[in-house]
Design a binder for this molecule. Structure first.
Ligand code: FES
Length: 136
């Protein structure tokens, strides 16, 4: 299976979960999504060395293949709000100052994607991105 089709399957899986969420809302039933986001794993040879730089501290956090930005932030001791962890609720919205983001969420508009990302599912497209966990 190619990386492109794996990414497509991940999007389809998230879309299916959103459909379940909406169906439960329409029925008036309670629904909570406990499934973590499934990020496409990158083969080590294809890993372009993705990194996240934190504004303010200058801390640089390398991402392992398939690791979410949310996960690396928590692993390094940063407290980031989240809820769905599938790119559907907006709770983990984070300011992006620099870099090219591969947006995988279902929340942000095209305009919003210029300055924000959902760290539970979106990652740098290449190289390093700079984010601000405490925007003024
Ligand atoms: S935790 Fe819901 S969009 Fe990230």
């Amino acid at each position: 299976m190619s990386m492109r089709s794996q990414a497509r399957l991940g999007r389809l899986d998230r879309a299916a979960r959103i459909g379940l969420h909406l169906a439960e809302d329409l029925k008036g039933g309670d629904f909570e999504n406990f499934a973590p986001a499934q990020l496409p794993a990158t083969a080590p040879d294809d890993d372009p060395g993705l990194e996240v730089e934190l504004a303010g501290t200058g801390e640089i956090l390398p991402l392992r293949p398939g690791q979410s930005v949310l996960d690396v932030l928590r692993t390094c001791g940063h407290d980031v709000e989240s809820s769905c962890e599938a790119g559907t609720c907006g709770a983990c919205r984070t300011r992006v100052l620099e870099g090219d983001v591969d947006h995988q969420d279902f929340v942000l508009t095209d305009d919003e994607q210029r300055d924000w990302m959902m760290v539970c599912v979106s990652r740098p497209r290449k190289g390093r991105i700079k984010i601000d966990l405490d925007p003024a």
